[in-house]
Design a protein around this ligand. Structure first.
Ligand SMILES: [Zn+2]
Ligand SMILES: [Zn+2]
Length: 293
């Protein structure tokens, strides 16, 4: 079973994002639970919003386990600036709280960036995750996303992600995990477009280091070249990765049973709040991916 989805436009609410995903032929979904450019460390989801969202999932048949939230971009839980870390950790806790209230499978987040010791950075990311998992009970998982590797961003390599996960206390470890973005892999120097063997080797390296396969994939082509560290997503086939690598990925056992989420450009970001029609570019992407299966 492949669950292809995307981060659809949420004009009119996250329930409308679910309806647009379904209309585009998707069976997985990624959402923001608050405006992603703010910390949102004091923001909860209103009960009526939760109800509308759950209703939309039930009506569209999108399984809550195949839905994940993407945390705010500003949350830097790797930083050595104590004030910033405190706010970011509080923000991450709230992300987990909102996603748990929505009953969805996971929240993914970018671990942030840090100067100096990589070990100390891993420790700070793990501490923020541990505090969030301790504070919020439930089944929703907290998932580290690999980064494109610009500047001092943390979480580029199998070793760095594994170093975070191994610091999570054993009792909480099942609720922690990681996922991989194809654009970020390529931009950070993993040549997943070279051959099926090379793609397999990259996935093996992450799985071996972390002790488990990825909990999700972001399916994005890359505008930037191999190793460019540029986080610029392109439509699949329009970027430097190309279509074949996505065929290989979809035929890898690790793409089974996890959200496979497009974060590719959309044609109509200004769609009306009450318009549940799918984005034409999303439709094209879903059709393309299904043809590769
Ligand atoms: Zn991301
Ligand atoms: Zn990205």
């Amino acid at each position: 079973m492949r669950f292809i989805g995307g981060h659809t436009i949420d004009n009119g609410g996250i329930d409308m994002a679910a309806r647009r995903a379904h209309a585009a032929g998707m069976t997985a979904l990624q959402i923001f639970t608050a405006i992603p450019k703010f910390y949102n460390d004091d923001k909860s989801v209103r009960p009526e919003r939760i109800e509308r969202f759950r209703q939309a999932l039930a009506e569209t048949g999108i399984r809550p386990a195949m839905v994940q939230a993407h945390a705010a971009y500003v949350l830097n839980v790797a930083t050595d600036d104590e004030t910033k870390w405190g706010r970011a950790a509080a923000g991450l806790k709230k992300e987990l709280e909102r996603s748990t209230a929505l009953g969805i499978g996971g929240v993914c987040f970018h671990p942030g960036s840090a100067k100096g010791s990589r070990e100390a950075a891993a420790e700070r990311v793990a501490r923020a995750m541990t505090e969030a998992l301790e504070a919020v009970d439930g089944a929703t998982r907290l998932l580290v996303e690999n980064t494109a590797g610009a500047g001092n961003t943390f979480g580029r390599s199998p070793a760095e992600i594994a170093d975070v996960l191994r610091r999570i206390p054993k009792a909480l470890r099942p609720r922690a995990g990681y996922g991989l973005d194809t654009c970020h892999l390529y931009a950070s120097g993993y040549d997943i477009a070279a051959s099926r063997d090379e793609l397999t080797r990259v996935l093996d390296a992450f799985e071996e280091a972390c002790g488990e396969p990825p909990a999700f994939f972001h399916l994005n082509d890359s505008e930037g070249e191999l190793g460019s560290n540029r986080d610029r997503h392109a439509l699949i086939g329009d970027g430097r990765i190309g279509v074949e690598a996505f065929r290989w990925l979809l035929h890898d056992r690790r793409s089974v049973g996890v959200p496979l989420l497009l974060e590719t450009p959309e044609q109509n970001p200004g769609i009306a709040d009450d318009d549940a029609s799918p984005d034409p570019w999303n439709v094209r992407m879903v059709e393309l991916l299904k043809e590769l299966l």
